[in-house]
Write a protein that binds this ligand. Structure first.
Ligand code: HEC
Length: 289
């Protein structure tokens, strides 16, 4: 018994000695390939039924990908030459889709209609090449707008706001509109009275603010504070200062880590800002979850 088990042990040790390099080699290979795979960014496109995953290298070598020149992009605020693929090439039925969610790695979510994405603004997904990284967005951090960035060739033709240029995109997904998913964003009195300004204000809110804020605990993002709960900024800020804050937050208070961008006249006109205030004031009266 004793000898037998000793023999068995030596056999095991011998076998292990022979097989070990092979195992090590296999493990190294596995490790390397998973490292390469982990480093390769992937864009998920959900068409309402299933998801397709596009690797960066596949997108860069796609026949529909080309170089485009952006006169003034929103993330860097300068002229950029990028390799990009049209939205239609990734999602051919985009024009017919009521609303899409563009989800960024940091939790920023833009809800944009398919007709706008397929429209006059000419939307593309810009792809950051691994060997030619884009510049950092901020001096404090090395992160760029990549790996995937929604850009517009002719944004002025479709009045595309700065907040409709989501960068560091992880996913594009067909979804119900923000208002359908979150009816708390719609004023209760919509049906009983004429609310033209308030409803225009809701649209301004959806295109520019909902990408980072919630309101009545409703929305996809959670980067800034809720703009109606527990209180609305129209209640706790003087209106003139709130207008200044929206135009340029640093003109009211300023610190290094602040995130909120300013909105100039091109992004939100004075009339649109009035509409946004009408919406906020009504929602403060109709506060709910
Ligand atoms: C890119 C994300 C982002 C967008 C877009 C954005 N905000 Fe903000 N907002 C923030 C963050 C984050 C804060 C907290 C302060 C900071 O870090 O800048 C904030 C703070 C605020 C505050 C101050 C609230 C308080 O209690 O101090 C108000 C008011 C506000 N935002 C309104 C708006 C409005 C109105 C819009 C749309 C026109 C908007 N924000 C768009 C991220 C954003």
């Amino acid at each position: 018994m004793y000898f037998a088990s000793e023999n068995f042990q030596t056999m095991l040790i011998r076998a292990a000695k022979v097989l070990m390099p092979a195992f090590l080699f296999l493990f190294t290979l596995l490790g390397l390939s998973s490292a390469v795979f982990a480093n390769e960014p992937v864009l998920e496109v959900f068409d309402g039924v299933q998801s397709q995953y596009f690797k960066r290298s596949e997108l860069l070598s796609n026949a529909a990908t080309r170089e485009i020149l952006l006169a003034r992009d929103a993330a860097y605020n300068k002229t950029m030459k990028v390799r990009a693929i049209s939205i239609e090439a990734l999602l051919p039925q985009v024009a017919k889709i009521e609303s899409l969610q563009i989800v960024a790695l940091d939790g920023f979510v833009a809800n944009i209609s398919g007709s706008v994405l397929a429209g006059q603004g000419q939307a593309y997904i810009a792809i950051e090449p691994a060997d030619m990284p884009w510049p950092a967005l901020k001096a404090a951090s090395p992160a760029s707008a990549g790996p995937f960035y929604l850009v517009w060739l002719t944004p002025e033709k479709a009045s595309i706001s700065n907040e409709q240029w989501p960068y560091q995109i992880a996913k594009i997904a067909v979804a119900a509109t923000l208002q359908q998913r979150f009816p708390q964003l719609i004023p209760i009195s919509t049906k009983s009275i004429e609310l033209k300004a308030e409803l225009r204000g809701l649209q301004v809110y959806i295109s520019n603010c909902s990408v980072c804020h919630q309101l009545n605990s409703a929305g996809d993002a959670n980067i800034g504070p809720d703009l109606n709960r527990p209180h609305s900024p129209v209640e706790y800020f003087q209106e003139s200062y709130l207008r200044k804050l929206i135009r340029n937050p640093a003109s009211v208070r300023s610190w290094k880590q602040s995130v909120m961008p300013g909105f100039n006249q091109q992004s939100i006109s004075d009339a649109q800002l009035d509409a946004l205030f009408a919406y906020f004031k009504l929602m403060a009266k109709e506060r709910r979850d």
